[in-house]
Design a protein around this ligand. Structure first.
Ligand code: MIG
Length: 694
């Protein structure tokens, strides 16, 4: 059951698809108090064992209790442990406690502070700074698996998640620095030559003509359509980046049109707001306006015409390097400080550093411009967290117009709940650090709770130089995440698989992904179509298992599997907790693997550098197929099953469709795989190899 309460004057954010009546009764569970300047606080006493899950894209543990966070979409490349905001704001929190568990969702486009037992360990407070929001309280309908039930109810409230094309589950190679047709062809060739599977290549900002959106450098890419066609023949899709800021350049048609039609955000005095990002001074489309979204969307449509069918949206928090006003103020703060050179006045020095460092993504700038929302002229900071997601909507609306039947790949950096219906997300600028490999794993379930199922982090790490062992271990996690993309920053060590002596090991890892692809696709699609999570903390599935509550470095995957990646350097194995009997599949290649039957409990499981683990519940199985170097060549005709049946019969719901139709009929794609002692059937009723069943 879901109850809705409104505070102040909530804006229609588009996050929810169910329109529920507004309750007049007092809010249950939470104490509501009004603070100065319109802010509203909701507080709740926390019992000792209460656990808190959710908040989507944030650093830190899966159980978020004891920490504080801020919903404020931020271009934050430094994902250290103490960060309180990243690129997305996902105001869903699940309060799991013995008596009266519930979940809450704040449909609030502004800044929200979450003190989850940080100030006082026995109290949680949530503060909406604007005080204009809808609060949804979700109470369980099913007493058994409470967390799963609360998440499923929430997902029904916010609507079906984005469905990517099937090819988007293939391996994608990306790098900040790919600039030309030659670069793309070389990456394609290097993968194909070595048999490293590949389905996509991302082009970063360098492909553009002077960083102008929807243009490309014609010297570097003389024939975009030809390039796309050639690559597609090899099963490789080109995926260009699109930035939110539009270069302020009267000679650039796209800008001129947006300017003439008045589609950019304006300042209080009506003048177009400008800030510097990659193209230099840029204007920012007012994505709150339907006409502005339609105009921006024409840019995507033009690229679809060139044969492109995948995009990633960046810099859409929006990131602002500086505004001319902000820079002027910073210079002002420097004035008269020259004597610090002689006097060694460190106070002055720190003030200067602060003034200069503070120009980037400055709150003062987010207060300088306005949107036209359904509440009229609205200052940006009050609705900041919607901006990136509305850019995603602009793209999604364009796809709907131009290619209504087809799925187009789309993932964004910035997001809010609601945008999960229009695209996926990647986790932004991580580093090539072991701790960020762990972070990748931990962020998966909370993003799933918020409806983001097509997601993943930059495999290998974006910033800093990766190393061979880290990349191998990271690929072994990436194998299981829907978005499986190797991406790295300009000036860092080259990170393509083929740059490394151990490339064959890495190729074999990626090949396992392709062997698992029909199964992963089936599990992802079922999670999307039936409002489930793909990745879940163990305790969601085993609510009565006390040990399961402490496990944050293993995740349930799909209906019957569990992953437990190695995330430590030099490790040749790891401790794994099994909440029930499971079959451990230890992969070296898709064919060369061990099947180990393990009873419930703790185990130290060996996984040498080239090995990785997948667990399957006893009494079930997973299907594998013969891999190929492109996803469309992987077919279920070559399916075989791996599992521990222990003498019982087992069945697994299996979903399959053509992978391109935008609105699949969900029941039509569903069939059942069945197996028992000495026999197994595929969805078409054909007999399957049973060698992998025990
Ligand atoms: O300010 O386009 O997160 O993936 O490579 C950096 C360059 C801008 C940030 C993205 C990253 C991308 C980079 N971008």
């Amino acid at each position: 059951m879901i109850l809705r309460f409104d505070f102040g004057t909530p804006l229609h954010t588009g996050a929810c698809v169910l329109s529920l009546p507004v309750q007049k009764d007092p809010v249950p569970f939470l104490t509501v108090s009004a603070l100065a300047e319109g802010a509203v606080t909701l507080s709740l006493p926390l019992g000792q064992g209460d656990m808190l899950f959710g908040l989507g894209e944030q650093v830190g543990p899966v159980n978020r209790r004891g920490r504080r966070y801020v919903s404020w979409n931020s271009d934050e490349f430094n994902h250290t442990e103490d960060r309180q905001s990243l690129y997305g704001s996902h105001n869903f929190l699940l309060v799991w406690r013995e008596k009266e568990p519930f979940a809450l969702y704040l449909d609030d486009p502004g800044r929200v502070r979450w003190d989850l037992g940080w100030t006082r360990r026995d109290q949680m407070t949530v503060t909406s700074e604007n005080g204009d929001f809808s609060l949804y309280l979700i109470v369980p309908e099913d007493g058994e698996k409470v967390c799963l039930d609360l998440c499923a109810q929430f997902r029904r409230l916010i609507g079906r998640s984005y469905i990517p094309p099937r090819w988007a589950l293939g391996y994608i190679q990306s790098r900040w620095g790919y600039a030309s047709a030659e670069d793309a062809r070389e990456v394609a060739h290097a993968h194909r030559e070595r048999g490293i599977p590949l389905d996509g290549i991302c082009m970063d900002i360098d492909y553009m003509d002077g960083f102008r959106d929807f243009t490309w450098d014609h010297k570097a890419i003389p024939d975009l359509k030809g390039l796309c066609g050639d690559l597609k023949e090899q099963g490789i899709h080109l995926i260009p980046i699109i930035d939110a800021g539009v270069k302020k350049d009267p000679k650039y048609d796209f800008y001129r049109e947006g300017h003439e039609k008045g589609y950019f955000c304006r300042k209080e005095d009506g003048e177009e707001f400008a800030a510097a990002v990659w193209p230099g001074l840029s204007a920012f489309p007012d994505f709150f306006r339907r006409e502005a979204r339609a105009w921006f969307g024409k840019g995507y449509e033009a690229l679809l015409d060139e044969g492109l069918d995948g995009f990633w949206n960046d810099m859409n928090e929006p990131a602002l390097f500086y505004s001319p006003e902000g820079l002027r103020e910073a210079f002002g703060a420097l004035e008269g400080r020259r004597e610090a050179l002689e006097t060694g006045d460190y106070g002055a020095a720190f003030e200067m550093l602060g003034a200069v460092g503070g120009v980037k993504n400055a709150m003062a700038d987010y207060r300088r411009f306005y949107h036209e929302t359904d509440l009229g002229k609205t200052r940006h900071d009050r609705v900041h967290n919607l901006y990136g997601g509305l850019m995603t909507l602009s793209a999604a609306e364009a796809f709907e117009r131009a290619a209504p039947e087809k799925r187009i790949l789309l993932f964004s950096r910035s997001s809010f709940i609601g945008a999960h219906r229009w695209g996926g997300v990647w986790m932004g600028d991580n580093f090539s650090w072991w701790s960020h490999l762990k972070l990748h794993l931990r962020m998966l379930p909370s993003l799933n709770m918020a409806g983001f199922l097509y997601c993943g982090a930059d495999v290998g790490g974006f910033g800093a130089d990766t190393d061979e062992e880290l990349l191998i271990r990271w690929l072994q996690l990436g194998v299981f995440t829907p978005l499986f993309r190797n991406h790295s920053a300009l000036h860092t060590r080259l990170q393509e698989i083929y740059r490394f002596p151990a490339w064959e090991t890495m190729r074999d890892i990626v090949s396992v992904r392709y062997a698992l692809l029909p199964w992963l696709y089936s599990e992802l699609m079922q999670a999307i179509l039936w409002d489930r999570m793909l990745f879940r903390p163990l305790c969601f599935d085993y609510p009565r298992d006390e040990t399961a509550r402490e496990i944050e470095d293993q995740m349930m995957l799909g209906r019957d599997a569990m992953i437990a990646p190695v995330t430590e350097p030099h490790a040749t194995g790891r401790n794994v907790y099994l909440p029930e009997d499971m079959l451990c599949v230890r992969f070296r290649t898709w064919e060369d693997r061990d099947l180990i039957r393990l009873p419930a409990g703790w185990h130290y499981v060996r996984a040498k550098e080239a090995e990785f683990l997948l667990f399957v519940r006893r009494g079930s199985f997973i299907p594998l197929c013969r891999p190929a170097d492109r996803s469309d060549y992987v077919s279920t005709d070559s399916m075989y099953l791996v599992g521990w049946l222990g003498g019982e019969d087992a069945a697994l719901p299996f979903y399959e469709d053509d992978g391109t139709v935008r609105d699949p009929e969900k029941e039509k794609g569903l069939s059942t795989l069945k197996a028992g002692k000495g026999w197994a059937w595929d969805p078409k009723g054909r007999k399957l190899d049973t060698a992998g069943l025990c």
